[in-house]
Design a protein around this ligand. Structure first.
Ligand code: NAD
Length: 236
């Protein structure tokens, strides 16, 4: 497989999806044995689900927390942390993942556009900052309340909600000369559009994953393979 050259003027934007954590044992979104095979999105990951049955939502994300805590970063997470160490401010990582495997591999210039598993925030959006929260909840009674009186909800961006820090993501894409997308099926928006924004600006766009994503035609290069096998040693 040919290497991807990165020269001293390149600004690299990386978007990762559930596929990068697959080799760490965390199920992806779409796989037939995936995360959503047993739980419907509508029941655990929408604002309506939270209003209807918050205990069920917390049960689902408590199980995700337990799985995330047991998982370890794989060679793909580590390769991206090493690339950041080499490029410094010329590197930016945007992840759709809510797990913390990028941080645990050493990534720092990182944004979780769909929220973080190990945080909670006020359901009233009262302005109180999100809190670190790794607890596994058995019942809703154990879940705390914000000083404003609102219940604490998972930090996760539910389907139908606006991703976090989208303006910053726009700015980072605007200055990118190389976009790498790793393990994302291209089915969840607006992330599936990032490659189009980058192409419009003339950036090279590379996809890495075992099968072409739905938006494959927007990439200048598709590298078929598992992230943990392809990413280490991919960059020149
Ligand atoms: P997706 O499940 O829709 O797509 C996963 C993609 O990863 C697929 O295209 C698949 O071919 C690819 N893949 C599978 N194994 C891979 C490997 N070893 N290396 C590289 N690629 C591999 O995931 P998505 O596009 O990220 O969208 C799903 C949504 O679900 C996201 O919004 C995300 O927030 C959420 N999610 C997060 C996690 C997590 O935090 N680990 C896990 C599941 C889902």
């Amino acid at each position: 497989m040919s290497k991807i050259p990165i020269d001293s003027s390149d600004q690299v934007f990386v978007l990762t999806g559930a596929g990068i954590s697959a080799e760490s044992g965390l199920p992806t979104f779409r796989a037939s044995d995936g995360l959503w095979a047993d739980s419907r999105v509508e029941d655990v990951c929408t604002p309506d689900a939270w209003q209807r049955d918050p205990e069920r939502v917390w049960a689902f994300y408590s199980a995700r927390r337990a799985a995330g805590a047991a998982a370890q970063p794989n060679p793909a997470h580590i390769a991206l942390a090493e690339l950041e160490a080499r490029l410094g401010e010329r590197f930016f990582l945007c992840t759709q993942n809510v797990d913390d495997l990028h941080e645990r591999a050493g990534s720092r210039r990182l944004l979780h556009m769909h929220g973080e598993l190990n945080k909670a925030r006020c359901e009233n959006e009262c302005g109180a900052p999100p809190l670190t929260d790794r607890r596994i909840y058995q019942t809703l009674n154990e879940v705390g309340r914000c000083p404003c009186g609102g219940r604490m909800r998972p930090h996760i961006v539910f389907f139908g909600e606006v991703p976090l820090q989208i303006e910053r993501i726009h700015r980072e894409i605007d200055r990118a000369t190389l976009m790498l997308v790793v393990g994302s099926s291209g089915s969840v928006y607006p992330a599936a559009n990032f490659v189009h924004w980058a192409r419009r600006n003339g950036a090279r766009t590379v996809y890495i994953g075992p099968e072409p994503p739905l938006n494959a035609e927007a990439f200048t290069h598709v590298v078929e393979g598992k992230a943990g096998e392809v990413l280490p040693g991919l960059f020149e």
